[in-house]
Design a protein around this ligand. Structure first.
Ligand code: COA
Length: 268
């Protein structure tokens, strides 16, 4: 990221930067392959809350620092301390943060620059889109540690890639490369390592140039395709459509088309 970009908050385990209307969150424990300890999860939650309320921020990219990893999973040292009394809450803690991410009012893109394993894969799954470098590796290797995915993997992976691929990944604990991840629909596209962030920025900037309320309404309506039955989902689409018809940006977008000029969206 070029040096003129603003570092908004300097956390201990993540970096939050703002470039125009896009926020970049970098998971920053490279010596531990960006493993998700409690501090990192708390800081990620705070950064996402900042992004949700920032009027400047229209889209978010999450990536990992260092050449090797997006995130190599929950911190196994902290995981090892869990027992039958604490385990469910350990899972709920990560689930809650990733669910907040999934329901964020702004799109979140995972720029998967290396290993996305266990909780790291689950974090990528909670994002709205995933773009990967060729060297990225994906997997749910929890069974190798004698446990199961706990940050939403059994649910989101199954919904995203279907039961057969989800079963194979979770039951075998095997890793797949980015080509295989692309083939099964786990990632949207593969970009060269050197240009991954720039390409994700281009996509984020394109989204950020649209009417922000239309983007957040799209996110809500698409979510309802998973959360609701078809009839209720249609109704959710109609309600979201109706609300957007009451916005100034809708009038501006349609008028700009009729007047053959670019739209100037205000976010209202
Ligand atoms: N939790 C805590 N620490 C982790 C970690 C994790 N999930 N993944 C990697 N690390 C640490 C290693 O312990 C090591 O720390 P050290 O240098 O203090 O010993 C450092 O990160 C580098 O990892 P290392 O294993 O030496 O790198 P590698 O290139 O040989 O192997 C992996 C890379 C990803 C294959 C390997 O680190 C791994 O299997 N990690 C665990 C993946 C996993 O099971 N995740 C699911 C957790 S639920």
């Amino acid at each position: 990221f070029p040096s003129h970009d603003i570092i908004i908050m300097n956390f201990e385990t993540i970096i939050l930067e703002e470039k125009g209307h896009v926020c970049l969150i970098t998971l920053n424990r490279p010596d531990k392959l960006n493993a998700l300890n409690a501090t990192l999860l708390n800081e990620l939650q705070k950064a996402l809350q900042f992004c949700a309320y920032s009027e400047l921020c229209h889209a978010i990219i999450i990536t990992g620092s260092g050449p090797k990893a997006f995130a190599a999973g929950a911190d196994i040292a902290q995981l090892h301390e869990q027992n039958a009394e604490t385990g469910a809450d350990f899972a709920r803690f990560g689930q809650q943060i990733f669910t907040e991410l999934e329901y964020l009012n702004k799109p979140v893109i995972a720029a998967v620059n290396g290993f996305a394993l266990g909780g790291g894969c689950e974090l990528a799954l909670a994002c709205h889109m995933r773009f990967a470098a060729p060297q990225a590796k994906f997997g749910q290797p929890e069974v190798n540690l004698g446990i199961i995915p706990g940050y939403g993997g059994t649910q989101r992976l199954t919904k995203l890639v279907g039961r057969a691929h989800s079963m194979e990944l979770i039951l075998s604990g095997a890793l797949i490369d980015s080509e295989e991840a692309l083939r099964i629909g786990l990632v949207n596209k593969i970009f060269p390592s050197e240009t991954l962030i720039d390409e994700c920025m281009k996509i984020a900037e394109l989204i950020a140039s649209k009417a922000p309320l239309a983007i957040s309404a799209s996110l809500k309506a698409i979510r309802s395709a998973e959360d609701l039955g078809t009839q209720e989902g249609m109704e959710s689409e109609a309600i979201n459509f109706g609300e957007i018809c009451g916005t100034m940006d809708f009038k501006e977008g349609t008028l700009a088309f009729l007047e053959k000029r670019p739209a100037q969206f205000s976010g209202h």
